[in-house]
Design a protein around this ligand. Structure first.
Ligand code: GLA
Length: 482
């Protein structure tokens, strides 16, 4: 049913990426007259997602169980040692590429012909606003999915694709467009869905052997799935020698996530993985798809990501529920989306709108405004105000949107406590919620001490070792040469 619906390509097909101009603050708000082509795609999907809710929830349940098993394994091995107190330096992209080439050679007895990489993302502010046509302010991170492939010559009939995940040590085989995707492991459905979508755009793959590796933490709210989707689409660009328009590519990946993984996500993750820019955050208008680049290059400010290493929501129903609550609230107030609502309009409906829906709408309306203000603060170097906005965002997600959890709240409280006096600029949960990560902006010369103090207290109070790393804003997806 989901696959039958044909989708109009949005009218804006080339990414409008501009430098954020502080001298022209109107640019931050001046796009509300966007064509809405993307929103039509989005709300169409919301209806579809509602109609297939049971399938969606089963798929999400399967995926979430897998992710939480992996997270248990990860935090279990860390418990009791020094992990959680130090910052993980991670593996640079070029080292990951070397590892992938070596593993490919070992597994398939030859070198891969094509390689592609796509980053995860962290969202600085603007949470649960993308599917409400609002603003988000994410950046790509220095954690990547890398995919490698070589053609299988002499394959007859339908092109068969072999997939191997190094992270899970699992293999799958499929025929793009002809396999029952429900029989594939959850991770392989993302790849399959993107390959089907690419085929529809004239980038159908030949018979391939594909190997996948990743340094994006699973289940941490850092878009490991979007990175996998975008890396796959980028790989097929390399294989076929054809390019996808960046916006079309991000939407194709989002569609794969909706239809083949059952997650009715917004557009933030895929857009960031495609369009990420070194040294910049992306102020993305999720109505017009216009992107403005906001510099984040102050050498004195570090982006610290702390993973709670917990995931509480296992049924996958909370995200679609929030989405439909927002749509109901918007409909009740007579606006197309919560992007068009205001505190005054919400007050007008205080008697008639369900109290829970009022809370949900209050979060979204406030968060859209906070996100625009945060971009202005960043551009003007108003760090203290930016920090206040981040803490306010967290409180709103905790109290009004109810997507935080005790572990996330604890990390934010500890950041506030150990970062007093300006050592920590601001901190908040990031991503969908119910576990996963916080993002904090920390002054460079206090980074090690603050990270160790937060990590120690968190581990002491929860019995769980967190994972910590810093990242600069990274470049989006790329074909890896040679
Ligand atoms: C998930 C979704 C995104 C976005 C965030 C919340 O990451 O994939 O589209 O809705 O949650 O901001």
């Amino acid at each position: 049913m989901l696959g039958r619906r044909s989708r109009q390509a949005p009218s804006i097909l080339s990414a409008t990426v501009r430098q954020y101009a502080q001298a022209n603050p109107a640019t931050a708000t001046g796009s509300s007259a966007g064509s809405g082509s993307l929103a039509q795609t989005e709300s169409g999907d919301a209806e579809e997602a509602g109609a297939t809710e049971r399938v969606v929830n089963l798929q999400l349940l399967e995926r979430n169980l897998l992710e939480s098993k992996l997270m248990d394994a990860a935090s279990g091995t860390h418990r009791g040692d020094a992990a959680g107190l130090t910052i993980d330096p991670g593996i640079p992209l070029d080292e990951l590429v070397v590892r992938v080439k070596r593993d490919y050679q070992q597994r398939f007895g030859r070198a891969p012909q094509w390689l592609a990489a796509a980053p995860g993302r962290v969202n600085l502010i603007g949470e649960h606003t993308d599917y409400n046509e609002g603003f988000v302010l994410p950046m790509a991170i220095e954690r990547y999915v890398v995919v490698a492939a070589a053609e299988v010559t002499g394959a007859a009939g339908e092109a068969e694709v072999g997939l191997h995940s190094c992270l899970l040590n699992q293999s799958e085989r499929c025929q793009v467009g002809a396999s029952d995707f429900r029989k594939l492991a959850p991770w392989a459905r993302y790849v399959y869905g993107v390959m089907v979508g690419c085929g529809e755009q004239g980038l159908a793959p030949p018979a391939l052997e594909v190997l996948i590796d990743s340094t994006v933490p699973l289940g941490g709210g850092l878009s490991s799935s979007a990175a996998l989707e975008v890396a796959t689409a980028t790989l097929l660009e390399a294989v076929t020698g054809k390019s996808l328009d960046p916006i079309r590519k991000a939407l194709l990946c989002q569609k794969a996530e909706h239809h083949y993984a059952g997650m009715p996500c917004g557009i933030m993750d895929q857009f960031t993985s495609v369009l990420g820019q070194a040294s910049h955050l992306l102020l993305l208008d999720c109505r017009s798809t216009e992107v403005q680049l906001v510099p984040l290059a102050d050498p004195d400010v570090e982006v610290l990501i702390i993973n709670t290493n917990v995931k509480h929501e296992l049924t996958g129903s909370e995200y679609p529920l929030r989405r439909s609550q927002c749509e109901t609230a918007a409909r009740t107030m007579g606006v197309r989306s919560l992007r068009d609502a205001s505190p005054a309009l919400l007050a007008e409906f205080s008697a008639s709108l369900d109290p829970v829906l009022q809370c949900r709408a209050r979060h979204v309306i406030g968060e859209i405004e906070r996100t625009e203000m945060a971009a202005q603060c960043l551009a003007a170097g108003q760090w203290a105000r930016l920090g206040e906005l981040m803490y306010a965002s967290h409180a709103s997600l905790r109290d009004d949107y109810e997507v935080s959890c005790q572990e996330l709240d604890l990390l934010v409280e500890l950041a506030q406590k150990h970062g007093a006096g300006g050592k920590v600029i601001g901190s908040r949960m990031t991503g969908g919620g119910f576990g996963g990560c916080t993002v904090s902006l920390v002054r460079k010369n206090h980074l090690e001490a603050v990270a160790a103090a937060i990590g120690t207290d968190y581990r002491q109070q929860t019995g769980i070792a967190p994972s910590l790393f810093t990242t600069r804003p990274a470049q989006g997806a790329q074909i890896v040469r040679g």
